[in-house]
Design a protein around this ligand. Structure first.
Ligand SMILES: Cc1cc2nc3c(=O)[nH]c(=O)nc-3n(C[C@H](O)[C@H](O)[C@H](O)COP(=O)(O)OP(=O)(O)OC[C@H]3O[C@@H](n4cnc5c(N)ncnc54)[C@H](O)[C@@H]3O)c2cc1C
Length: 386
């Protein structure tokens, strides 16, 4: 694929122009105040960038994963944080692929216009972690309602979303043939749920990322909230993950490029021992190495985009792109911090903020170990470890 084509470059320029209105000081101040970038999210929504992958018939731009990935990459490359918007871009996949015509024609145009926000997806639970099939949150059908009980943790952007995709068990684990069966997904209207059976407890954390613990206590939701068929929710969630992983890889690549540009600029300017620090190979090489790694990860990201946009199985490429990009952005973050010496720790350089932000992507939305176990078991046919 020619990833320097006019269409992709026009997207890059458009996103950069918007991001220029939200400079480093904007993100720095929000980070200090632990604030949510309302103005930035509104501007991205209004410009139509967040509805990139919603088909045109539902009011979106109908673009592919390649184009969508460029949008998130550029936000991070400009010094911003796509973690504040990416949910709106990809949480709708589950609805788009598995929702009824009625659900799609009601919700997708509202998501495309930004009238409704679907920024949240609730999967992770405190006692089961990565072992998703053991989730304990249950949804029990009672007449024309489902009653939800249980607990979720690390669920992002709930306070800035109208809707949430929720994974819950509808058939007990003991009664299903395969542990991946018996889970279902629901579209929960947070505006009605919060305070009526759903309690939201914010989690203070190392990045400026709005994330929460959720407690469900007999939350009643309409039976029409079910997406697709009961019991098939885990499969539906997995189907959307390849796109999500590729988009996160692009965010990491944006971060990596930001760190490398920032480190190179500082290394050219900072004079110690009578010469620019960048003249020393000890300073040059970690930056050069990180650059090589970011560029290599980028190739895998394009492979994942191409496969996905052709309708092929992008599982292997998407996982490997996410792994490589998260590792590369972290290497770039370390090189950048080290190049800045003491100033790397000063808030006003933004390095420490981005350093914290990019670290997250080795843990969420899937940890590097779990990607390696996917590669070992699915690509190399090694025995299952769990
Ligand atoms: C800021 C933030 C935002 C998040 N947002 C969301 C969200 O919006 N929605 C949502 O559902 N979740 C969200 N998460 C949760 C995230 O997806 C999980 O934290 C992540 O998948 C890891 O799960 P865990 O924290 O339960 O770790 P655990 O499963 O407890 O694992 C802990 C460590 O052990 C390793 N490990 C576990 N089992 C194995 C094994 N078999 N082999 C090798 N290593 C293993 C893991 O790789 C990990 O490093 C978020 C997390 C964070 C930190």
């Amino acid at each position: 694929m020619d990833y320097n084509n006019d269409e992709l470059n026009a997207i890059r320029e458009g996103v950069r122009a918007l991001c220029a209105e939200f400079p480093a000081e904007y993100w720095r101040k929000l980070d200090e105040q632990k604030g949510f970038p309302e103005a930035f999210v509104a501007a991205m929504t209004e410009a139509g960038w967040l509805s990139a992958m919603i088909p045109e018939e539902y009011g979106g731009s109908g673009l592919g994963l390649a184009e969508a990935s460029v949008i998130l990459e550029e936000v991070n490359r400009c010094g911003g944080n796509s973690g504040t918007i990416h949910g709106q871009m990809y949480n709708m996949f589950t609805l788009l692929r598995n929702g009824s015509d009625e659900q799609k024609s009601y919700y997708l145009p509202k998501l495309a216009s930004g009238e409704l926000r679907l920024q949240s997806m609730g999967v992770t639970e405190p006692t089961t972690g990565t072992d998703t099939t053991k989730i304990k949150t249950t949804a029990v059908r009672r007449g024309d309602k489902y009653v939800i009980n249980g607990q979720k943790v690390w669920i992002s952007r709930v306070q800035h979303s109208d809707l949430m995709i929720l994974l819950a068990r509808t058939t007990p684990l003991a009664e299903v043939k395969k542990k991946s069966e018996g889970m279902s997904i629901f579209l929960v209207d947070l505006r009605e749920a919060i305070g009526n059976g759903l309690t939201v407890q914010p989690i203070a954390n190392m990045v400026n990322h709005e994330t929460n613990e959720l407690f469900f206590d007999n939350l009643e939701i309409p039976a029409s909230s079910l997406i697709g068929e009961e019991g098939k929710g885990f499969r539906y969630i997995l189907d959307g993950l390849n796109a999500e992983r590729t988009l996160i890889a692009a965010e990491c690549i944006g971060d990596g490029r930001w760190f490398i540009e920032k480190a190179s600029a500082y290394a050219r300017d900072r004079v110690v021992f009578g010469r620019p620090i960048g003249q020393n190979q000890g300073v040059q090489f970690p930056i050069a190495k990180a650059h090589i790694e970011v560029e290599a990860a980028d190739l895998m990201r394009w492979r994942a985009c191409e496969q996905y946009d052709r309708g092929e199985n992008a599982g292997a490429s998407a996982n490997m792109a996410k792994y490589l990009a998260a590792e590369a952005s972290w290497a770039a973050a370390n090189a950048c911090l080290q190049t800045h010496g003491g100033f790397g720790f000063a808030n006003e350089y933004d390095v420490e903020r981005k350093f914290r932000e990019t670290r997250l992507y080795q843990v969420a939305p899937i940890s590097t170990n779990l990607i390696m176990s996917y590669v070992a078991e699915h690509l190399l046919e090694l025995p299952r470890s769990f």
